[in-house]
Design a protein around this ligand. Structure first.
Ligand code: ADP
Ligand code: GLC
Length: 476
């Protein structure tokens, strides 16, 4: 079976969140299971640097008559995955965040940039492909490639079935009505069963309408998005497509995230050597300017700073957290108001709360290993990867019962299976209560160790999810 995997992010080179991680880890897992998979991604500067030998295998002259000319390059990734890169200087040769300029605003031409990516993904899955390689399945991800099933419907003759995975329903790829022309879509696509969405053009809506199958990244999120409260305006459409909608829980990259060999950790450990974890706590306290204190738990956050992540709840109760006593370390970037609020919080509690604004892969690993418990009070969370990294690092997660968090974290109240702490409502008092429960269990090392071991025992690797995707591909 041949699968074309179309993505706008690819860890470690271009990543703004979990999509980049998934795009880097699921294709190799599919390959190990015998699937002939090729990953299509834009030729960004960071990719060009990482793959200097990628050769041009096809020219795409002004694709569909509306996009700028482009070329396809190919290479093999270090892990053996076959890569296809979409080389279009005018669209992708920009440093930094793939979606935003240095001013923090969306690139003005994102519709064309990701329209082209979608179009080429569709082209390679159609009778008009310039390649000999013909995929059976085109697997798209989020709004950035969601227009591919739309092109297969209106503009091209499909040779493959399409799957669209929703990683986050909050990003819908909304543009003005005039973009219909710029994207080379016919007038008939401007319809309730096309790309029209309350007077706008929505990439995601079009994809949800026309993909042969829709998946999202956890079973609970698959149910939540069909409700009017959590469906972000798409619930009706998702209910209409319920028979073609499945939740498949993400995996994590268990090589990159393994405390026994993680190159970012000063001291390695595993289930049998959990005692070594505390050396990482000391290293983290030192690096972040926290007081060296063994008598209190250290809580931590690694996150995009956005409303989704519920970190306003943490801001509202952090002064109380320090009094427990406890310490807090935060690594994140995003929303300017949240960045400022966290900086101010750290300034109020020198030595007890440390905040680093930025994106720092190495520090993210040290935090997972060095802290005692991980905080993820998300308002919604399609899957979430950090709680699974935390489980693997013997760092019980404290989460709100939503989406993939509800599917992976079991509250400590369950003596046999408990691996973290779960609270229901998005309120500071509920988060604080969970933090308190964690702090008191932390003070009872035998019980705490059981919690850590329960978390470390689970297999959250990609083999199982890859099998579920393969079954889905077969069924199509
Ligand atoms: P989302 O995709 O919604 O941001 P996930 O939990 O699925 O949430 O994935 C987030 C990924 O991005 C994780 O790999 C996490 O470690 C990483 N990450 C988020 N913020 C930062 C940061 N500031 N520095 C380093 N890594 C980060
Ligand atoms: C999104 C979601 C996150 C999920 C990730 C990968 O960014 O916010 O919950 O884990 O995609 O699927």
């Amino acid at each position: 079976m041949k699968v074309l995997f179309a993505t706008s992010e690819l860890a470690p080179w271009v990543k703004t969140g979990g999509l980049g991680d998934v795009a880097a880890a699921l294709p190799p897992a599919l390959r190990r299971a015998g699937i002939d998979v090729r990953v299509l991604a834009p030729w960004y500067p960071a990719i060009a640097r990482a793959f200097p030998n990628a050769v041009v295998i096809a020219e795409l002259p002004a694709a569909s008559g509306v996009f700028p000319g482009a070329a396809l390059r190919s290479d093999i990734a270090p892990d053996g995955t076959s890569m296809l890169f979409l080389d279009c200087m005018a669209c992708y040769m920009r440093e930094g965040n793939p979606y935003l300029g240095a001013d923090g605003r969306d690139w003005h031409d994102n519709a064309v940039r990701f329209g082209l990516l979608s179009y080429v993904a569709a082209l390679l899955a159609s009778s008009a492909t310039p390649l000999d390689w013909r995929p059976d399945i085109l697997h798209c991800h989020d709004w950035q490639t969601a227009l591919a099933p739309v092109y297969l419907h209106y503009n091209l003759k499909p040779l493959a079935k399409s799957v669209l995975t929703i990683h986050n329903l909050a990003f819908q790829g909304l543009f003005g009505a005039h973009t219909l022309r710029e994207l080379g879509l016919p007038q008939q696509a401007w319809a309730i069963d096309g790309v029209e969405y309350y007077g706008h053009l929505s990439f995601l809506k079009g994809g949800l309408q026309h993909a042969d199958h829709i998946t999202t990244v956890s079973p609970t999120y698959a149910r939540e998005i069909q409700t009017d409260t959590d469906g972000m305006g798409m619930a009706g459409l998702l209910r209409y497509r319920a028979d073609a909608l499945t939740g498949i829980l993400n995996g994590i990259d268990t090589e990159q995230w393994n405390p026994a060999i993680d190159p970012h950790l000063p001291t390695h450990y595993a289930g049998a050597t959990l005692g070594n974890k505390s050396a990482n706590k000391r290293a983290l306290q030192m690096q972040m300017g926290l007081k060296h204190a063994d008598d209190r738990p250290l809580f931590g956050v690694v996150s995009r700073l956005s409303g989704q992540k519920g970190l306003d709840l943490l801001l509202a109760c952090a002064d109380e957290l320090v009094k427990l006593p406890a310490q807090l370390v935060v690594l994140g970037s995003g929303d300017a108001a949240l960045e400022k609020a966290f900086r101010e919080l750290a300034a109020r509690h020198p030595g007890q709360i440390a905040v680093r604004i930025g994106f720092d892969e190495a520090l993210a690993h040290l935090i997972e290993a060095g802290i005692d418990a991980f905080l993820m009070p998300s308002r919604f969370e399609p899957c979430g990867l950090n709680q699974m990294y935390s489980l693997r690092y013997g760092t019980p997660p404290i989460v709100r019962a939503t989406g993939g968090l509800a599917d992976t974290v079991v509250d400590a109240a369950d003596k046999d299976r408990g691996n973290g702490f779960v609270f229901e409502r998005a309120e500071p008092a509920e988060l604080l209560a969970a933090v308190r429960r964690a702090a008191s269990l932390w003070a009872r090392p035998r019980l705490w160790r059981q919690l850590q071991k329960n978390g470390m025992a689970a297999d959250h690797g990609w083999n199982q999810p890859a099998q579920e995707y393969i079954e889905l591909y077969r069924s199509l």
